[in-house]
Design a protein around this ligand. Structure first.
Ligand SMILES: NC(=O)c1ccc[n+]([C@@H]2O[C@H](COP(=O)([O-])OP(=O)(O)OC[C@H]3O[C@@H](n4cnc5c(N)ncnc54)[C@H](OP(=O)(O)O)[C@@H]3O)[C@@H](O)[C@H]2O)c1
Length: 229
């Protein structure tokens, strides 16, 4: 039986590249996403079952994760990838946008893990990979809320790494630099992505982290060679 890997935010960018890379590598991706139409089209294209799941909706996270476990059986991996961008001077950020970033990037990741990790621990095997960001490795202006959402997950990931590894479960963080995806455009921010890594390059790194079950890769980061200016 192929290992089943749940991916959040699979409908575009890194998540989309990842579910195709997983399928090609012999895994069974379990794509999830907040947009039902995009998700259905993706699941069709992949020939797998997908689940409409908005990670910022706590009730939906709990209900759909239970459904996934019921219908798919043991879940070997969870890749918390769903995320949104927010940029600007802190005092100009709308309260609703601040809440959405924390609900999605931070609480969404924590609650997805809370829903799927216990079964991995009970089986003494499994992998959780959190897509974090180089924004959680340093500080810079204009990204305070996005950075806060990811720094929180850096702490969460590191604590779970040491808590879960002795129990056979790997919890790891992936810290990519700029990716040529829709993330900035969706947030209404113009960004030159000519120099960014492709979603496929990012997905290849996540796949490498997933594949060797004997390794816990901590703080894996990288950016395109063209992104050094
Ligand atoms: N792009 C970068 O430069 C960069 C750099 C470092 C880290 N990252 C991180 O990489 C991850 C993937 O981002 P990306 O660059 O691939 O951006 P993207 O193309 O915008 O993809 C983000 C995905 O997350 C989904 N999503 C957003 N909110 C969601 C929610 N509440 N519930 C479920 N899914 C939700 C989006 O759904 P829709 O398709 O409906 O929009 C989309 O599928 C994010 O965690 C991001 O923070 C990105």
């Amino acid at each position: 039986m192929r290992d089943k890997i749940v991916v959040t935010g699979a409908t575009s960018g890194l998540g989309r590249a990842l579910v195709f890379a997983l399928a090609k590598a012999g895994y069974q991706p379990v794509p999830t996403g907040r947009n039902a139409a995009k998700l259905a089209a993706l699941a069709d294209e992949l020939g797998v079952v997908g689940y409409k799941l908005d990670v910022s909706d706590a009730a939906e996270v709990s209900r759909i994760c239970a459904q996934i476990t019921d219908e798919q059986g043991p879940i070997e991996g969870l890749i918390n990838n769903a995320g949104i961008w927010l940029e600007g001077d802190f005092e100009t950020c709308a309260a609703a946008d601040i809440q959405a970033v924390i609900d999605t990037n931070t609480t969404g990741t924590i609650l997805m893990t809370h829903a799927l990790l216990p079964d991995m621990l009970a089986r003494g095997q499994g992998t959780v990979i959190n897509t974090i960001s180089t924004g959680a490795l340093y500080t810079r202006k204009m990204i305070s809320v996005y950075a806060a959402s990811k720094w929180a997950i850096r702490g969460f990931t590191g604590c779970l790494e040491v808590e879960c590894a002795p129990k056979g479960v790997r919890v790891m963080g992936f810290y990519p630099g700029k990716i040529a995806s829709d993330m900035y455009k969706s947030a209404g921010v113009a960004r030159d992505l000519e120099v960014a890594m492709t979603p496929q390059q990012g997905a290849a790194m996540v796949l490498t982290m997933l594949q060797d079950k004997g390794m816990v890769w901590s703080h894996v980061s990288g950016r395109s060679i063209d992104d050094y200016v």
